[in-house]
Design a protein around this ligand. Structure first.
Ligand SMILES: NC(=O)c1ccc[n+]([C@@H]2O[C@H](COP(=O)([O-])OP(=O)(O)OC[C@H]3O[C@@H](n4cnc5c(N)ncnc54)[C@H](OP(=O)(O)O)[C@@H]3O)[C@@H](O)[C@H]2O)c1
Length: 224
């Protein structure tokens, strides 16, 4: 397993949980946020001490990482990437967004697009990968529910970038699954909205996750 340097923009609910999973996999993580204290908190352990593999960083430092995760709401994802298009050229940019409406149970975009595709259209020189969006922040932080590791669906039109993100997940406690091309983000974003609706119906809140059965490690037999 090779370790990477990952930059995260946004140290909110998801940014913090992403740090947990990426550090668990042995990656170095740089985090930036509007609020410097949020980035400090996200890169500290439960004892308040800084984590060995994570630290708060400036936006330029984060954007210079090998892989950049935009842990921001749509369309702030698109706004930030557009403003930093040059720095992100050639990089893997991971989109975790769910462009939800006020109910959180519906996607607020037409059915023929997705937050990830809008991001890819805004920064065509970047290699946009959809990942992590089906994992609610609390369960992403935990990595498993009732002892069952959760799945992370990874979709992209860039096969090598997708493979790199699947490799990034090794050792994270999540099972990465090749979810095909980037237009499958339309499904993945709606899947999350559906999960939230079920979570509301059954009183689970955001304590849910998705598992594609069987649970064993799966190897794709068609090209990515
Ligand atoms: N929460 C979940 O369970 C969940 C699950 C799956 C996917 N997602 C997706 O993950 C994304 C983030 O969700 P979240 O719940 O983590 O949101 P959040 O808690 O609001 O965190 C976003 C953080 O990013 C900061 N931020 C905003 N614009 C920034 C910028 N330009 N530069 C630096 N920092 C900036 C925000 O600071 P300010 O508050 O000061 O603006 C905030 O601290 C969303 O797209 C959401 O759809 C969320």
């Amino acid at each position: 397993m090779s370790t990477r340097t990952v930059g995260i923009v946004g140290a909110g609910n998801m940014g913090r949980s992403l740090v947990t999973r990426l550090v668990a996999a042995g990656h170095t993580v740089l985090v930036t946020d509007h609020g410097a204290e949020h980035a400090q908190t996200a890169t500290s352990g439960p004892d308040g001490q800084p984590l060995a593999l994570a630290r708060a960083a400036t936006l330029p430092e984060v954007l210079s990482a090998e892989i950049v995760v935009l842990a921001l709401w749509y369309p702030h994802t698109v706004d930030l990437a557009t403003a930093h298009r040059q720095e992100l050229t050639g990089k893997i940019v991971i989109d975790i967004s769910n462009p939800l409406d006020d109910t959180f149970t519906r996607v607020d975009l037409p059915g023929d697009t997705s937050g990830a595709e809008r991001l890819a259209a805004a920064v065509p020189e970047s290699r946009v990968v959809k990942a992590f969006n089906t994992l609610p922040a609390p369960t992403l932080g935990a990595g498993a529910i009732d002892g069952t590791p959760l799945d992370c669906f990874v979709a992209s039109d860039e096969p090598e970038a997708k493979m790199e993100v699947l490799q990034l997940l090794e050792g994270s406690g999540l099972r990465g699954l090749d979810a095909g091309s980037l237009d499958n983000a339309r499904v993945l974003e709606r899947l999350t909205a559906f999960g939230i609706e079920l979570g509301q119906r059954y009183g689970l809140g955001f304590d849910f996750g998705f598992k594609y059965l069987p649970t064993e490690q799966l190897t794709p037999i068609v090209p990515t």
